[in-house]
Design a protein around this ligand. Sequence first.
Ligand SMILES: [Zn+2]
Length: 415
Amino acid sequence: MLDVHGQSRALAQLQRALRGGRLAGTFMFAGPQGVGKFTLAVELARTVMCDRPRQVKNEGQVAGLPSDFVLTLPCGQCESCRAVEMKNHPDLHIITKELIRYHDKSGTSKGTTLSIQVIRGEITGDPAEGKEAKIAKRAFRGRGKFFIIDEADLMDLPAQNALLKMLEEPPPQTHMVLITASPQELLATIRSRSQLVEFGALPDAVIIKALIGAGLSRADAGLMGRLARGSLGRALRWLEDMRVIETKNSEAAERAEKKKARATTANEEEEASTEKFTPGGILAWTRALGGALDGLVSGRAGASEVAGLMTGFAEEYRDLQLVRDPLTSGDRAKRDGIQLLMAICAEWFADRLRHALGTPLKALLPGESGGLDHGMVPRLIASAREAEGLIDMNVNDKIVLAATTTRWEELLHQA
Ligand SMILES: [Zn+2]
């Protein structure tokens, strides 16, 4: 539990609840993605279900609690603790949108929302389908049961209503943790029945330290920490993507080598060697984008070059998500990729303005950009933000990219 860094306020709140022995039936863990909400929810469950929880004096471990406060921590040794670790505890139910593949018989759902089929199948039961209510069953191990709903805001309205009915009369010894980055998307009646635990964005230093610990150089960790905008989870996914890229590229190179050895004509040889991903992933994309934006500012590059670069990277981003989860929506993943790249461009423009105004920056996003008219920066950023919104509204991504980069070119070269 103490391994969740940078969230001492949430930790203190939960420790007080554990100490008082009055744990809420329903919690809402709200805050940005990738800051430790899910990890802490599992740790809370592990602590409550532990056979022999440890009692240790705080002594400065959790900021915001007195030093003689007695913390309640899982022992880490008992059968229950080990089962949580092995992800097979019978009383710990983790509900994700991906479970739709198990509950949707047609097998067509991409799981972009959390549907009522999942809520019924995993929590409230569905008599019509002969599925019993898992929530009404007794706890196997007798220390309560936990239901953790990840991305709870993705529940559609019928799902939320089904859950609400359950929250109105919760079975004894049952705890629910709703994890969400957008609490406003949940029904007010669900929010009012949950105890709110707020999580903040993590300080860059926490993220950078973790990335260096995972093997990144100081410069790379600094840049990635900057891009992660307070989300360690996001940074760790990118790091994982970089590893995937290395593996995939070396596999591709090996295949190309073999094919080359067999190739008899020049034609076949050409076909064989294609490197699929840009080594370095998001770090390389950011550096290349910085160069392209420099080119756009100086007039060395045109809008179509920037748009082309972004399209290529967004497709790589999509392919990486498909490696992670082959059943995910490729279209959604590409849109996420474009939004990520747009946010990087907006940040790049903002950096130039901050730099020009003398704001000290720990890590300036890479690029030169002398000659940028700083008065234009707010409009350039607004245009990037608008593009993010249009992508969200399912506007054709080619059109958005072309229109946005053309707009930037116009703004930059208005004489
Ligand atoms: Zn234990």
